[in-house]
Design a protein around this ligand. Structure first.
Ligand code: TYD
Length: 413
Protein backbone atom coordinates (compact mmCIF):
# COMPACT_ATOMS: atom_id res chain seq x y z
CA UNK A 1 0.00 0.00 0.00
CA UNK A 2 1.86 3.09 -1.07
CA UNK A 3 0.61 5.18 -4.00
CA UNK A 4 -0.79 8.50 -2.96
CA UNK A 5 -1.04 11.98 -4.41
CA UNK A 6 -2.56 15.33 -3.60
CA UNK A 7 -4.64 16.81 -6.42
CA UNK A 8 -5.40 20.46 -5.84
CA UNK A 9 -8.22 20.83 -8.33
CA UNK A 10 -11.98 20.34 -8.06
CA UNK A 11 -13.07 16.99 -9.44
CA UNK A 12 -16.11 18.48 -11.19
CA UNK A 13 -15.29 22.02 -12.28
CA UNK A 14 -11.45 22.04 -12.10
CA UNK A 15 -11.48 25.15 -9.89
CA UNK A 16 -8.53 25.73 -7.57
CA UNK A 17 -10.73 27.72 -5.24
CA UNK A 18 -10.82 25.06 -2.53
CA UNK A 19 -11.28 25.41 1.24
CA UNK A 20 -10.17 22.87 3.83
CA UNK A 21 -13.21 22.19 6.02
CA UNK A 22 -12.28 19.19 8.18
CA UNK A 23 -9.03 17.40 9.02
CA UNK A 24 -9.40 13.85 10.36
CA UNK A 25 -5.65 13.32 10.67
CA UNK A 26 -3.46 10.69 9.04
CA UNK A 27 -5.33 7.40 8.75
CA UNK A 28 -4.81 3.98 7.19
CA UNK A 29 -7.35 3.19 4.44
CA UNK A 30 -10.52 2.25 6.30
CA UNK A 31 -10.96 -1.21 4.77
CA UNK A 32 -7.34 -2.33 5.03
CA UNK A 33 -7.87 -4.97 7.68
CA UNK A 34 -4.74 -6.66 8.97
CA UNK A 35 -3.72 -10.28 9.39
CA UNK A 36 -2.17 -11.22 12.71
CA UNK A 37 1.33 -11.38 11.21
CA UNK A 38 1.00 -7.78 9.95
CA UNK A 39 0.42 -6.23 13.37
CA UNK A 40 4.09 -5.53 13.98
CA UNK A 41 4.71 -3.96 10.57
CA UNK A 42 4.23 -0.22 10.26
CA UNK A 43 1.06 0.66 8.37
CA UNK A 44 0.74 3.17 5.54
CA UNK A 45 -1.29 6.18 6.66
CA UNK A 46 -2.49 9.07 4.52
CA UNK A 47 -3.98 12.49 5.25
CA UNK A 48 -7.77 12.41 5.51
CA UNK A 49 -9.00 15.93 4.83
CA UNK A 50 -12.27 17.28 3.51
CA UNK A 51 -12.33 20.21 1.09
CA UNK A 52 -15.13 22.30 -0.37
CA UNK A 53 -15.12 23.86 -3.84
CA UNK A 54 -16.17 27.49 -3.70
CA UNK A 55 -17.22 27.45 -7.34
CA UNK A 56 -19.38 24.34 -7.92
CA UNK A 57 -19.82 23.46 -4.19
CA UNK A 58 -18.58 19.87 -4.40
CA UNK A 59 -17.36 18.52 -1.04
CA UNK A 60 -14.42 16.24 -1.71
CA UNK A 61 -11.12 14.66 -0.75
CA UNK A 62 -8.05 15.76 -2.65
CA UNK A 63 -5.71 13.28 -0.94
CA UNK A 64 -5.97 10.38 -3.34
CA UNK A 65 -4.85 6.85 -2.48
CA UNK A 66 -4.43 4.83 -5.68
CA UNK A 67 -7.54 2.97 -6.73
CA UNK A 68 -5.56 -0.21 -7.37
CA UNK A 69 -4.51 -0.19 -3.71
CA UNK A 70 -8.05 0.43 -2.48
CA UNK A 71 -10.26 -1.62 -4.72
CA UNK A 72 -8.46 -4.62 -6.26
CA UNK A 73 -9.25 -6.73 -3.22
CA UNK A 74 -12.27 -5.60 -1.29
CA UNK A 75 -13.76 -6.56 2.06
CA UNK A 76 -17.18 -4.96 1.81
CA UNK A 77 -19.63 -7.57 0.59
CA UNK A 78 -23.19 -6.53 -0.17
CA UNK A 79 -24.73 -9.89 0.62
CA UNK A 80 -23.39 -9.77 4.22
CA UNK A 81 -25.86 -7.02 5.14
CA UNK A 82 -29.43 -8.27 5.01
CA UNK A 83 -31.03 -4.80 4.99
CA UNK A 84 -29.09 -3.94 1.83
CA UNK A 85 -30.16 -7.17 0.15
CA UNK A 86 -33.78 -6.24 0.94
CA UNK A 87 -33.19 -2.71 -0.32
CA UNK A 88 -31.87 -4.13 -3.61
CA UNK A 89 -34.84 -6.46 -4.04
CA UNK A 90 -37.21 -3.50 -3.94
CA UNK A 91 -34.83 -1.34 -5.99
CA UNK A 92 -34.76 -3.82 -8.90
CA UNK A 93 -38.53 -4.26 -8.76
CA UNK A 94 -39.14 -0.49 -8.84
CA UNK A 95 -36.75 0.16 -11.73
CA UNK A 96 -38.21 -2.75 -13.67
CA UNK A 97 -41.77 -1.45 -13.27
CA UNK A 98 -40.86 2.08 -14.20
CA UNK A 99 -38.55 1.61 -17.16
CA UNK A 100 -38.22 -2.00 -18.30
CA UNK A 101 -41.42 -3.96 -18.23
CA UNK A 102 -42.37 -3.05 -21.80
CA UNK A 103 -38.91 -3.86 -23.18
CA UNK A 104 -37.81 -7.16 -24.66
CA UNK A 105 -34.69 -8.53 -22.97
CA UNK A 106 -33.35 -5.20 -21.68
CA UNK A 107 -29.69 -4.95 -20.70
CA UNK A 108 -28.84 -3.73 -17.19
CA UNK A 109 -25.25 -2.78 -16.51
CA UNK A 110 -24.02 -2.19 -12.99
CA UNK A 111 -20.86 -0.23 -12.22
CA UNK A 112 -19.20 -1.50 -9.03
CA UNK A 113 -21.45 -4.54 -8.92
CA UNK A 114 -19.75 -6.06 -5.85
CA UNK A 115 -20.85 -9.69 -5.36
CA UNK A 116 -23.75 -9.33 -7.81
CA UNK A 117 -26.53 -8.96 -5.24
CA UNK A 118 -28.48 -6.30 -7.17
CA UNK A 119 -27.96 -7.80 -10.63
CA UNK A 120 -29.24 -11.11 -9.31
CA UNK A 121 -32.59 -9.41 -8.68
CA UNK A 122 -32.69 -8.00 -12.23
CA UNK A 123 -31.82 -11.43 -13.59
CA UNK A 124 -34.76 -12.93 -11.73
CA UNK A 125 -36.95 -10.38 -13.49
CA UNK A 126 -35.76 -11.67 -16.88
CA UNK A 127 -33.25 -8.92 -17.77
CA UNK A 128 -29.85 -9.42 -19.39
CA UNK A 129 -27.18 -8.29 -16.98
CA UNK A 130 -23.54 -7.30 -16.91
CA UNK A 131 -21.52 -6.30 -13.86
CA UNK A 132 -18.28 -4.34 -13.85
CA UNK A 133 -16.33 -4.82 -10.65
CA UNK A 134 -12.64 -4.08 -10.02
CA UNK A 135 -12.22 -6.33 -6.96
CA UNK A 136 -11.18 -9.74 -8.24
CA UNK A 137 -12.35 -11.55 -5.09
CA UNK A 138 -15.85 -10.11 -5.59
CA UNK A 139 -16.09 -10.55 -9.36
CA UNK A 140 -15.07 -14.20 -8.85
CA UNK A 141 -17.87 -14.67 -6.33
CA UNK A 142 -20.38 -13.02 -8.69
CA UNK A 143 -19.30 -15.03 -11.74
CA UNK A 144 -19.35 -18.20 -9.62
CA UNK A 145 -23.00 -17.59 -8.84
CA UNK A 146 -23.97 -16.97 -12.46
CA UNK A 147 -23.82 -13.17 -12.46
CA UNK A 148 -21.76 -12.24 -15.49
CA UNK A 149 -19.12 -9.77 -14.30
CA UNK A 150 -16.11 -8.07 -15.91
CA UNK A 151 -13.21 -7.69 -13.50
CA UNK A 152 -12.16 -4.11 -14.22
CA UNK A 153 -12.54 -0.44 -13.35
CA UNK A 154 -15.28 1.18 -15.43
CA UNK A 155 -14.03 3.65 -18.04
CA UNK A 156 -15.17 5.20 -21.30
CA UNK A 157 -12.90 2.73 -23.15
CA UNK A 158 -14.73 -0.17 -21.57
CA UNK A 159 -18.04 1.46 -22.48
CA UNK A 160 -16.95 1.64 -26.13
CA UNK A 161 -16.24 -2.09 -26.16
CA UNK A 162 -19.50 -3.06 -24.51
CA UNK A 163 -21.68 -0.87 -26.67
CA UNK A 164 -20.55 -2.70 -29.80
CA UNK A 165 -22.96 -5.46 -28.86
CA UNK A 166 -25.80 -3.49 -27.24
CA UNK A 167 -26.88 -0.27 -25.50
CA UNK A 168 -27.88 -0.45 -21.86
CA UNK A 169 -31.52 0.24 -21.03
CA UNK A 170 -30.49 1.06 -17.50
CA UNK A 171 -27.09 1.58 -15.89
CA UNK A 172 -27.05 1.36 -12.11
CA UNK A 173 -24.30 2.41 -9.73
CA UNK A 174 -24.74 2.39 -5.98
CA UNK A 175 -22.33 3.88 -3.51
CA UNK A 176 -19.66 3.93 -6.16
CA UNK A 177 -19.75 7.27 -7.98
CA UNK A 178 -18.23 8.84 -4.90
CA UNK A 179 -15.29 6.43 -5.26
CA UNK A 180 -14.44 7.48 -8.83
CA UNK A 181 -11.70 10.05 -9.33
CA UNK A 182 -12.32 10.84 -12.98
CA UNK A 183 -16.00 11.78 -13.03
CA UNK A 184 -15.70 13.18 -16.54
CA UNK A 185 -14.53 9.89 -17.99
CA UNK A 186 -17.28 8.12 -16.05
CA UNK A 187 -19.96 10.33 -17.57
CA UNK A 188 -18.42 9.98 -21.02
CA UNK A 189 -18.76 6.20 -20.63
CA UNK A 190 -22.34 6.46 -19.35
CA UNK A 191 -23.29 8.70 -22.26
CA UNK A 192 -21.93 6.11 -24.72
CA UNK A 193 -23.73 3.20 -23.06
CA UNK A 194 -27.19 4.66 -22.59
CA UNK A 195 -27.46 5.66 -26.26
CA UNK A 196 -30.43 7.90 -26.88
CA UNK A 197 -33.04 6.62 -24.45
CA UNK A 198 -31.30 4.74 -21.68
CA UNK A 199 -31.35 5.76 -18.04
CA UNK A 200 -28.55 6.09 -15.52
CA UNK A 201 -29.70 5.49 -11.94
CA UNK A 202 -27.32 5.92 -9.07
CA UNK A 203 -27.38 6.14 -5.30
CA UNK A 204 -25.04 8.20 -3.21
CA UNK A 205 -25.03 9.07 0.49
CA UNK A 206 -26.53 12.56 0.76
CA UNK A 207 -24.33 15.41 1.95
CA UNK A 208 -27.18 16.93 3.96
CA UNK A 209 -27.49 13.76 6.06
CA UNK A 210 -23.74 13.68 6.55
CA UNK A 211 -23.78 17.23 7.85
CA UNK A 212 -26.98 17.09 9.90
CA UNK A 213 -26.32 13.75 11.56
CA UNK A 214 -22.57 14.37 11.95
CA UNK A 215 -21.77 11.21 9.97
CA UNK A 216 -18.11 12.23 9.87
CA UNK A 217 -17.03 8.59 9.91
CA UNK A 218 -18.37 8.09 6.39
CA UNK A 219 -15.46 10.27 5.25
CA UNK A 220 -12.61 8.00 4.18
CA UNK A 221 -10.09 7.62 1.40
CA UNK A 222 -12.38 5.49 -0.75
CA UNK A 223 -15.05 8.19 -0.75
CA UNK A 224 -13.66 10.96 -2.88
CA UNK A 225 -16.86 12.98 -3.35
CA UNK A 226 -19.73 13.82 -0.95
CA UNK A 227 -22.59 14.75 -3.21
CA UNK A 228 -25.34 17.26 -3.12
CA UNK A 229 -27.44 18.08 -6.18
CA UNK A 230 -25.91 21.48 -6.94
CA UNK A 231 -22.51 20.22 -8.18
CA UNK A 232 -24.13 17.26 -9.94
CA UNK A 233 -26.24 19.61 -12.05
CA UNK A 234 -23.01 21.18 -13.19
CA UNK A 235 -21.47 17.79 -14.06
CA UNK A 236 -24.49 16.50 -15.99
CA UNK A 237 -24.87 19.69 -17.99
CA UNK A 238 -21.34 19.25 -19.38
CA UNK A 239 -22.52 16.05 -21.07
CA UNK A 240 -25.92 17.19 -22.32
CA UNK A 241 -27.49 15.03 -19.61
CA UNK A 242 -30.26 15.91 -17.21
CA UNK A 243 -31.32 14.85 -13.72
CA UNK A 244 -35.03 14.08 -14.15
CA UNK A 245 -35.92 12.61 -10.75
CA UNK A 246 -34.49 12.38 -7.23
CA UNK A 247 -35.74 10.08 -4.48
CA UNK A 248 -34.69 10.00 -0.85
CA UNK A 249 -33.74 6.55 0.51
CA UNK A 250 -32.98 5.63 4.09
CA UNK A 251 -30.02 3.24 3.56
CA UNK A 252 -26.43 4.06 4.57
CA UNK A 253 -27.46 6.85 6.92
CA UNK A 254 -29.40 8.79 4.27
CA UNK A 255 -29.05 8.31 0.54
CA UNK A 256 -30.41 9.90 -2.61
CA UNK A 257 -31.30 7.95 -5.74
CA UNK A 258 -30.74 10.08 -8.82
CA UNK A 259 -32.17 9.43 -12.29
CA UNK A 260 -30.32 10.78 -15.32
CA UNK A 261 -31.03 10.68 -19.06
CA UNK A 262 -30.28 12.66 -22.16
CA UNK A 263 -31.96 16.04 -22.07
CA UNK A 264 -35.69 16.17 -22.82
CA UNK A 265 -36.24 12.40 -22.87
CA UNK A 266 -38.23 12.29 -19.61
CA UNK A 267 -40.42 14.89 -17.95
CA UNK A 268 -38.44 16.46 -15.11
CA UNK A 269 -40.07 15.55 -11.81
CA UNK A 270 -40.91 18.25 -9.22
CA UNK A 271 -38.46 16.59 -6.83
CA UNK A 272 -35.50 18.12 -8.69
CA UNK A 273 -36.68 21.65 -7.99
CA UNK A 274 -37.40 20.74 -4.36
CA UNK A 275 -33.90 19.40 -3.74
CA UNK A 276 -32.30 22.47 -5.32
CA UNK A 277 -34.47 24.69 -3.11
CA UNK A 278 -33.59 22.68 -0.01
CA UNK A 279 -29.87 22.97 -0.70
CA UNK A 280 -30.11 26.68 -1.40
CA UNK A 281 -32.16 27.23 1.78
CA UNK A 282 -29.56 25.34 3.82
CA UNK A 283 -26.84 27.42 2.15
CA UNK A 284 -24.69 24.57 0.90
CA UNK A 285 -23.25 27.25 -1.35
CA UNK A 286 -21.73 29.12 1.63
CA UNK A 287 -18.77 28.18 3.81
CA UNK A 288 -20.48 28.73 7.21
CA UNK A 289 -22.40 25.46 7.29
CA UNK A 290 -19.16 23.52 6.77
CA UNK A 291 -17.33 25.43 9.50
CA UNK A 292 -20.11 24.64 11.95
CA UNK A 293 -20.01 20.97 10.93
CA UNK A 294 -16.28 20.80 11.49
CA UNK A 295 -16.56 22.27 14.97
CA UNK A 296 -19.35 19.88 15.90
CA UNK A 297 -17.30 16.88 14.76
CA UNK A 298 -14.40 17.92 17.00
CA UNK A 299 -16.78 18.25 19.95
CA UNK A 300 -18.33 14.87 19.20
CA UNK A 301 -14.93 13.18 19.44
CA UNK A 302 -14.53 14.37 23.01
CA UNK A 303 -18.09 13.40 23.95
CA UNK A 304 -17.54 9.85 22.68
CA UNK A 305 -14.20 9.54 24.46
CA UNK A 306 -15.58 10.89 27.74
CA UNK A 307 -18.40 8.42 27.71
CA UNK A 308 -16.12 5.46 26.91
CA UNK A 309 -13.63 6.48 29.60
CA UNK A 310 -16.42 6.75 32.16
CA UNK A 311 -17.68 3.30 31.27
CA UNK A 312 -14.16 1.88 31.51
CA UNK A 313 -13.65 3.50 34.92
CA UNK A 314 -16.86 1.80 36.04
CA UNK A 315 -15.37 -1.55 34.98
CA UNK A 316 -17.70 -2.13 32.06
CA UNK A 317 -16.36 -4.37 29.35
CA UNK A 318 -16.55 -2.76 25.94
CA UNK A 319 -16.65 -4.27 22.47
CA UNK A 320 -17.52 -3.04 18.99
CA UNK A 321 -20.44 -4.11 16.82
CA UNK A 322 -19.81 -4.18 13.04
CA UNK A 323 -16.27 -3.88 11.66
CA UNK A 324 -17.45 -1.32 9.12
CA UNK A 325 -15.12 0.97 7.23
CA UNK A 326 -16.79 3.94 8.89
CA UNK A 327 -16.13 2.30 12.25
CA UNK A 328 -12.42 2.33 11.48
CA UNK A 329 -12.52 6.05 10.79
CA UNK A 330 -14.29 6.68 14.08
CA UNK A 331 -11.85 4.48 16.00
CA UNK A 332 -8.79 6.09 14.43
CA UNK A 333 -10.05 9.66 14.74
CA UNK A 334 -11.02 9.16 18.40
CA UNK A 335 -7.95 6.99 19.21
CA UNK A 336 -10.06 4.07 20.42
CA UNK A 337 -7.85 1.00 20.21
CA UNK A 338 -7.55 -2.56 21.56
CA UNK A 339 -6.93 -1.20 25.07
CA UNK A 340 -10.50 0.19 25.06
CA UNK A 341 -12.47 -2.29 22.94
CA UNK A 342 -11.83 -5.99 23.63
CA UNK A 343 -12.99 -7.09 20.16
CA UNK A 344 -15.44 -6.26 17.38
CA UNK A 345 -18.02 -8.69 16.06
CA UNK A 346 -18.98 -8.85 12.38
CA UNK A 347 -21.05 -11.16 10.20
CA UNK A 348 -18.71 -10.94 7.18
CA UNK A 349 -16.69 -14.17 7.08
CA UNK A 350 -13.68 -12.57 5.32
CA UNK A 351 -13.37 -9.94 8.08
CA UNK A 352 -13.35 -12.42 10.94
CA UNK A 353 -10.03 -13.22 12.63
CA UNK A 354 -8.47 -10.11 11.12
CA UNK A 355 -7.60 -6.87 12.96
CA UNK A 356 -8.77 -3.28 12.49
CA UNK A 357 -6.31 -0.95 10.71
CA UNK A 358 -4.51 1.52 12.95
CA UNK A 359 -6.26 0.39 16.14
CA UNK A 360 -5.50 -3.37 16.02
CA UNK A 361 -8.75 -4.64 17.52
CA UNK A 362 -9.51 -8.31 16.75
CA UNK A 363 -12.63 -8.98 14.64
CA UNK A 364 -14.59 -12.02 15.73
CA UNK A 365 -17.69 -13.88 14.61
CA UNK A 366 -21.05 -12.59 15.84
CA UNK A 367 -21.66 -15.48 18.27
CA UNK A 368 -19.23 -13.79 20.68
CA UNK A 369 -22.12 -11.58 21.77
CA UNK A 370 -23.72 -14.61 23.41
CA UNK A 371 -21.06 -14.43 26.15
CA UNK A 372 -21.96 -10.81 26.81
CA UNK A 373 -24.73 -9.20 28.81
CA UNK A 374 -24.95 -7.64 32.23
CA UNK A 375 -23.02 -4.36 32.27
CA UNK A 376 -21.33 -4.92 28.89
CA UNK A 377 -21.48 -2.21 26.27
CA UNK A 378 -21.37 -2.63 22.47
CA UNK A 379 -20.15 0.42 20.59
CA UNK A 380 -22.34 0.37 17.47
CA UNK A 381 -19.91 0.99 14.62
CA UNK A 382 -22.54 -0.02 12.05
CA UNK A 383 -24.99 2.67 13.26
CA UNK A 384 -26.67 2.69 9.86
CA UNK A 385 -28.26 -0.65 10.84
CA UNK A 386 -29.26 0.46 14.34
CA UNK A 387 -32.88 -0.59 14.07
CA UNK A 388 -32.19 -4.06 12.66
CA UNK A 389 -29.26 -4.75 14.98
CA UNK A 390 -30.98 -3.67 18.20
CA UNK A 391 -33.94 -5.75 17.18
CA UNK A 392 -31.77 -8.78 16.37
CA UNK A 393 -29.81 -8.48 19.63
CA UNK A 394 -32.72 -8.10 22.03
CA UNK A 395 -31.36 -11.03 24.07
CA UNK A 396 -28.10 -9.18 24.74
CA UNK A 397 -30.08 -6.17 25.89
CA UNK A 398 -32.45 -8.21 28.02
CA UNK A 399 -29.40 -9.79 29.72
CA UNK A 400 -28.41 -6.26 30.77
CA UNK A 401 -26.14 -5.33 27.85
CA UNK A 402 -26.28 -1.89 26.25
CA UNK A 403 -25.51 -0.38 22.87
CA UNK A 404 -23.61 2.87 22.62
CA UNK A 405 -24.80 4.75 19.53
CA UNK A 406 -21.96 7.17 18.69
CA UNK A 407 -23.60 9.69 16.34
CA UNK A 408 -24.99 12.34 16.15
CA UNK A 409 -24.72 12.45 19.95
CA UNK A 410 -23.38 9.46 21.90
CA UNK A 411 -26.15 7.70 23.81
CA UNK A 412 -26.62 4.37 25.56
CA UNK A 413 -29.60 2.22 24.56
P1 TYD B 1 -21.54 -1.07 6.35
O1 TYD B 1 -22.18 -0.06 7.18
O2 TYD B 1 -22.44 -1.82 5.45
O3 TYD B 1 -20.46 -0.44 5.44
P2 TYD B 1 -19.13 0.41 5.52
O4 TYD B 1 -18.05 -0.62 5.66
O5 TYD B 1 -19.17 1.04 4.18
O6 TYD B 1 -19.09 1.42 6.64
O7 TYD B 1 -20.78 -2.09 7.29
C1 TYD B 1 -21.52 -2.73 8.24
C2 TYD B 1 -20.71 -3.86 8.77
O8 TYD B 1 -21.46 -4.45 9.81
C3 TYD B 1 -20.45 -4.95 7.75
O9 TYD B 1 -19.11 -5.41 7.91
C4 TYD B 1 -21.43 -6.05 8.11
C5 TYD B 1 -21.63 -5.84 9.58
N1 TYD B 1 -22.94 -6.23 10.09
C6 TYD B 1 -22.98 -7.11 11.17
O10 TYD B 1 -21.93 -7.55 11.66
N2 TYD B 1 -24.20 -7.48 11.67
C7 TYD B 1 -25.36 -7.02 11.13
O11 TYD B 1 -26.45 -7.39 11.63
C8 TYD B 1 -25.31 -6.09 10.04
C9 TYD B 1 -26.57 -5.53 9.45
C10 TYD B 1 -24.06 -5.72 9.54
Amino acid sequence: MSHYNFVKKCRICSSKNLELILDLGEQPPANSLLQKNQLEISEAKFPLRLFWCKDCFLVQLLDIVSKEDLFKHYFYMTSASKPIVQHFQKYAGDIFKEFLKEQKNPLIIEIGSNDGSLLKEFKKLGCSILGIEPASNLSNIANGSGISTMNDFFSSDIAKNIVQSKNASVIVANNVIGHIENLHDLMKGIKILIGEKGVFVFEVPYLIDLIKKLEFDTIYHEHLSYFSILPLLHLMKNFGLEIFNIQKQSVHGGTIRIFVSNKDIFKVNESVKKFIQLETDLQLNKIEIYKKFSLEVKELKFKILNLLNNLKENNKSLFGYGASAKGNVLLNYCNIDHTILDFIIDTTPIKQNKFTPGTHIPILSPEKINDKGDGDVALLLAWNYEEQILDKEHNFRSRGGNFLIPIPKPILK
